[in-house]
Write a protein that binds this ligand. Sequence first.
Ligand code: SF4
Length: 396
Amino acid sequence: MQANAVSEKYPDDCGPIGVYVHIPFCLSRCDYCGFVSYPFEPALEADYVEAVIREVNSLEKSPLFSAHSFPESLDTIYIGGGTPSVFNPGSIERIIYAIKRKFNFVDPIEITVEVNPSTYSKDEFFKLQEAGVNRISIGLQSLNDFELRSMNRRHSRSDSISAVINARRAGFHNISVDLLTGYPGQTLSSIMNSLEEIIELEPEHISVYMLEIKSGSKIENRIKLTQETLVNDDLMADMYEAICERLCCHGFEQYEISNFSGIGMESRHNLKYWTDQVFLGVGLAAHGMTGRTRYSNVVKLERYLSSACDKQSVIESLIEMDPLTRFKDAMIMGLRLNRGIDLALMSCAYRLDASRFVRDSLGHLDGAELFTIEDNTIKLTQKGRLLSNIVFSQFI
Ligand code: SF4
């Protein structure tokens, strides 16, 4: 198909951007983890914060902005990991302050910090709030102690409950929690028990992730070496459907394959990823996207610390996306949203025939009940959300 010219969203009409900051340290390694993370050593905290601040301060000189102007305004910051809450709230505050000196903050700003349940007391949540953080994402994963031990999480069910209560008492009105489904040993009843307890905690947002076996993770080895078995596809589907149904009954809106929220409480930062908006990634292994260019930072800690120190660019990979690749990426990310994609808007934004692209790519899946097209809007069905990889793979 013809895709001559994808419109240039950056820099002319990109609007306020988002900034993701990666804190790549954890107290221990969860068995399912496939993220870039290093064992936390308190001596590293100050050096890493300095390196992040140096990277923020020199963003304008990044190769990303040699061809076009630096974005001026920002309306979301997401500090994730790793485990950002191994750092003192004061360190988080310094990073936010450095970003604030570089960009105009546009109201209403959303500043999220990921917190592990065993790390922060009410006092520390309170300090985070004073630092301007207004959204907390707590990695509960399960409220079953047996499952938490099997995942090698460092917290118990009661730590998790205390973390949510402490965040609330410290004044947070936007709390998200993560739940992991499909973990070996998990049953439909155990996951639903966790969910019921989570609902009682009244978070504004819930992310429900299905286990993916990441290469090199401990769980991958465990499955190879022991009799442990994965949750089968039928049970995984039953869990997903039961969770969606229960959350929907309880007033949560499913707005994305894995994400549920109260009205108006969607993650505004993550929406930037799903709607092809500009975001910058700061910190070791962070990724960013400036419209035409995707990039990622170095993953070796020593290199990140020394590069930032020597005022060298910390970008390791920089890919200029061709127009069709960018359009396909936008289709894959946009279809994750329950509201789907308006094909007329896509045709206009990317200057190609999006309806024809969909017909050519997905026509052979007609009748599989994976997606619907009504009023020129394509949406995944509930079955399609469960089997989204089948749809997405047609665009690759
Ligand atoms: S807390 Fe997150 S990043 Fe750290 S080891 Fe566990 S899953 Fe990985």
